[in-house]
Design a protein around this ligand. Structure first.
Ligand code: 5GP
Ligand code: ZN
Length: 123
């Protein structure tokens, strides 16, 4: 039951389809656990997403046993942001979660937004 629910979510997940190559994307980086690709609707001159290859719905679903993966996502987001030119002026690193967090794709992702400044607090 549990397994089949996970499978149904993965089969309908846009980001799982990107991982499998069933939907095209502009890939930036890939390893065994992590994929980074440009956002299809960029909100800044540099806007990419870093995702786990395993289907994890959102940050609330992370377990302590996922510490390495969570660290990989964050450090990879940082490394790629520097490679893409955000090192000097910085960037906005965002993880939206569920309804109140404004999450629209139910597969955990870190947004990296650079190339312009952002205000605080968010609207
Ligand atoms: P969320 O609102 O869930 O935090 O962010 C989801 C992000 O995924 C949005 O910024 C949206 O533009 C991006 N996105 C949705 N569908 C696709 C797609 O098929 N390809 C790519 N590259 N990005 C997508
Ligand atoms: Zn997925």
């Amino acid at each position: 039951m549990f397994y089949s629910n996970i499978k149904i979510s993965m089969d309908n997940c846009i980001f799982c389809k990107i991982i499998k190559g069933e939907i095209p994307s502009k890939k930036i980086y890939e390893d065994e656990d992590v994929l980074a690709f440009y956002d299809a609707a960029p909100q800044s001159p540099i806007h990419f997403l870093v995702i786990p290859k395993r289907h994890i719905k959102n940050i609330m679903e992370l377990e302590l046993s996922d510490q390495n993966l969570a660290g990989n996502l964050l450090v990879r987001a940082q490394k790629l942001s520097i490679e893409l030119g955000c090192g000097e002026k910085g960037a906005r690193f965002v993880i939206n979660c569920k309804e109140y967090g404004g999450q629209t794709v139910d597969h955990l992702h870190v947004h990296v937004l650079g190339g312009r400044s952002f205000g605080w607090p968010p609207g």
